[in-house]
Design a protein around this ligand. Structure first.
Ligand code: SF4
Length: 342
């Protein structure tokens, strides 16, 4: 049972305190006796406690930097959405294969932006540019934003903002079950609430610091009953002893939990486990005891963007994964939409 995130150390950037959310967070953490420091910029957050990189990495994962988002130019994470909406970066989870280890390398701390209204104004401009087309925004490109939202409610504000918008859609994905404060948000069906799910074995061994599957499934049930369109990312699909039963059981429990009407508007995304040489290096540095299988010899090469080789499963293994997962999905959720398998 993972408790809602509570930072051990909080940094404030000076301008953050000019915003109501910044001031509110300062008051909250002062009351809770959390250690507070001030910094001129998050780039200065270097002298974290710890004798070596391994310890510093762990401290960073429980450090929150409260700042403002200066650049209001959004990234374009196509094809899943037109824009990435920046609400936070970093995550307190310790998933061994987390993509943030390579993308956020030197800045593993969690950062939240308090100038939410300015970020939403920028979103309005992007929507106007594309009108009358719809514009989709993805909120989880650089963070698991649900995991910190009980502290900031910025995601809740953003859900309600898109709930009122005519042409905006929001999506995000989480491995956390702390969703209660989002259940009464006026989403008006404009937000697709996705959960990242996996077989119990994979969550247990490779996703420390995140919510167990049972809790994620329970949370998905609550979210469905609150009327949100739902989605599930099954990732990374990982071959292990008993994987067929593990994934079958996952679908079975999901089916039991979800109300019938939610099953008609549900999406699945399937991503098989992959790694690159540079990801392997950081994983082995940050999680030296990992049981994660990272043997290039056992895998097949796939050329990724920028000429980088990804190691994915052999063709016959990939076919077996597809056969079983597609079959389970169709069996339990015949009306679900499969977005992609990769
Ligand atoms: Fe990374 Fe997501 Fe795990 Fe957080 S929950 S550590 S963002 S994979």
């Amino acid at each position: 049972m993972v408790r809602p995130f509570r930072p051990q150390l909080v940094y404030f950037e000076p301008k953050a305190l000019d915003y109501p959310l910044g001031a509110e967070l300062k008051e909250k953490f002062e009351k809770e006796d959390v250690e507070i420091r001030y910094t001129t910029s998050h780039n200065q957050v270097r002298n974290l406690p710890g004798d070596n990189d391994f310890q510093k990495y762990r401290v960073a994962k429980s450090t929150l930097v409260v700042g403002i988002r200066k650049t209001l130019k959004f990234d374009t994470p196509k094809p899943s959405a037109e824009y990435a909406i920046p609400l936070a970066t970093g995550c307190m989870g310790h998933c061994h294969y987390c993509y943030l280890q390579t993308t956020m390398g030197s800045k593993p701390y969690i950062r939240t932006y308090v100038n939410v209204e300015e970020i939403l104004e920028a979103a309005t401009t992007y929507m106007e540019e594309r009108a009358p087309e719809e514009t989709r925004f993805e909120a989880s490109c650089t963070s698991d934003v649900v995991g910190i939202d009980h502290l900031t409610h910025s995601l809740k504000r953003t859900i309600e903002f898109f709930g009122k918008s005519e042409l905006g859609k929001l999506r995000f994905v989480t491995k956390f079950h702390h969703v209660d404060h989002l259940l009464d948000a006026e989403h008006n069906g404009k937000t697709r609430f996705r959960f990242s799910i996996n077989a119990d074995y994979v969550i247990k061994y490779f996703e420390p610091g995140t919510s167990p599957l049972t809790k994620r499934i329970e949370a998905a049930g609550k979210v469905a009953r609150a009327g949100y369109p739902l989605g599930f990312i099954v990732a990374p699909i990982y071959l292990h002893e008993g994987w067929k039963e593990g994934y079958y059981h996952m679908f079975e429990r999901l089916d039991k939990e979800l109300p019938e009407d939610a099953k008609n508007d549900i999406t699945f995304e399937f991503i098989q486990h992959r790694f690159t040489k540079s990801a392997k290096r950081v994983i082995q540095k940050n999680y030296p005891m990992t049981k994660l299988e990272l043997d290039e010899e056992k895998r097949r090469n796939k050329w990724g963007k920028y000429g980088m080789v990804k190691y994915i499963y052999q063709k016959d293994e990939e076919e077996e994964i597809k056969e079983h997962l597609f079959d389970y999905m169709k069996q339990f959720f015949p009306n679900a939409k499969l977005e992609y398998f990769t």
